[in-house]
Design a protein around this ligand. Structure first.
Ligand code: KG4
Ligand code: ZN
Length: 333
């Protein structure tokens, strides 16, 4: 019955989780609201706030799981990819805790962990499956052959899907992070009100920079003609933008599934919290007779439960790292 403490600090969420024998018993997430005023994550501020939040988050995770510090068998932590200053806080904490308690350390790749969040709970996919991994920093279609055998089939050539939504919301005058707000407005609007372009990228890769520029000019021209344009049309604009992002993502995912003959499709990463994307994947799978896997909301955005579950599978394989491990801002699979 291995007890794994998971630590996540790659961006602007400080999170700690306890996993006992593959079951998540706690998942504490401390969000950083300080960045809202700046329109994006400020790396220096993020690492300072991680420093303040990490110990309370770990203490609470241990209390909520009703275990003792002495029950922990291994410490799993996000090694990368992410902001270096943010990663350093989690990595240093994990190393110190492991050193003090004489425990093995398990490094986890943040993007693999988003995918492995599907192994929390009962509705688990079977290998191989496809995972559309969409966050503020990544947009990838991943062929998942085994827990730690993953191949990127397609990815963004410029902005990530979440980044495109966050930049759009900035153009619309909404605070960071804009993705959830676009989602909220989109539910009240008409998705066919405005037709934004779908980029013509060959193969399985994505591009969102053209869409972002099209939105920028569209808003600029319409606000010049009517200064009240945004206030009057926010739900329709958000619904139309969201629909375009969702169709770009799902059209490619469908192509990959057909080419590779895969019938299990999953979502992962922060943007998988998006209502339109979740509904779109469900509809696609229903129409094709495929099976969809959509994580619970708390396992979509950054969280330590996904780190702990990834750590659990590595623990079973005896995959440990030494105290000389250092964070990696870029970390391929
Ligand atoms: O995975 P994540 O928490 O952090 C990264 O590793 O980037 O993803 C954050 C991204 C942000 O771009 C945020 O706007 C987006 O996920 N996001 C959403 C929603 N919730 C979070 N985008 C659209 N709809 C949502 N409901
Ligand atoms: Zn993430």
């Amino acid at each position: 019955m291995p007890v794994i403490l998971g630590i996540e600090s790659s961006c602007d969420e400080t999170s700690a989780s306890v996993c006992v024998d593959g079951n998540i018993l706690s998942n504490i997430i401390a969000n950083q609201t300080i960045h809202a005023a700046y329109g994006g994550v400020v790396p220096e501020l993020a690492s300072r706030v991680h420093q303040q939040n990490i110990i309370p988050a770990v203490q609470q995770a241990i209390i909520n799981a009703k275990v003792s510090k002495n029950d922990i068998d291994a410490v799993a932590f996000t090694r990368g990819p992410g902001l270096l200053g943010s990663l350093l806080v989690g990595v240093s904490f994990a190393k110190s805790f492991a050193l003090a308690k004489n425990l093995p350390l398990i490094e986890v790749n943040h993007m693999q962990a988003h995918i492995l969040a599907h192994f929390i709970g009962d509705h688990k996919p079977k290998f191989p499956f496809l995972c559309l991994t969409v966050s503020g920093g990544h947009t990838q279609i991943v062929l998942v052959k085994d827990y730690f055998d993953m191949e990127i089939i397609g990815q963004t050539l410029d902005d990530a899907a979440g980044e495109a939504l966050d930049k759009t919301s900035k153009i619309l005058g909404l605070p960071y992070p804009g993705g959830p707000l676009i989602d909220k407005y989109a539910r009240l609007g008409n998705a066919n009100a405005y037709a934004f372009p779908e980029p013509n990228i060959p193969g399985f890769d994505f591009s969102f920079s053209g869409l972002k520029t099209a939105i920028l000019y569209f808003i600029r021209d319409n606000v010049a003609a009517d200064p009240q344009f945004l206030e009057k049309n926010m739900p329709d604009i958000c619904a139309s933008v969201e629909q375009r992002v969702v169709t770009i993502l799902l059209n490619k995912l469908k192509k990959v599934a057909e080419k590779y003959n895969i019938t299990q499709l999953a979502l992962a990463g922060g943007v998988s919290a998006n209502t339109g994307l979740r509904q779109g994947l469900t509809n696609l799978c229903e129409s094709k007779g495929w099976e969809s896997f959509i994580p619970k909301f708390e396992y979509c955005t950054d969280n330590a439960a996904m780190i702990a579950i990834a750590g659990y599978y590595k623990y079973l394989n005896n995959e440990f790292v030494g105290q000389d491990v250092a964070p990696l801002a870029r970390m391929p699979f």
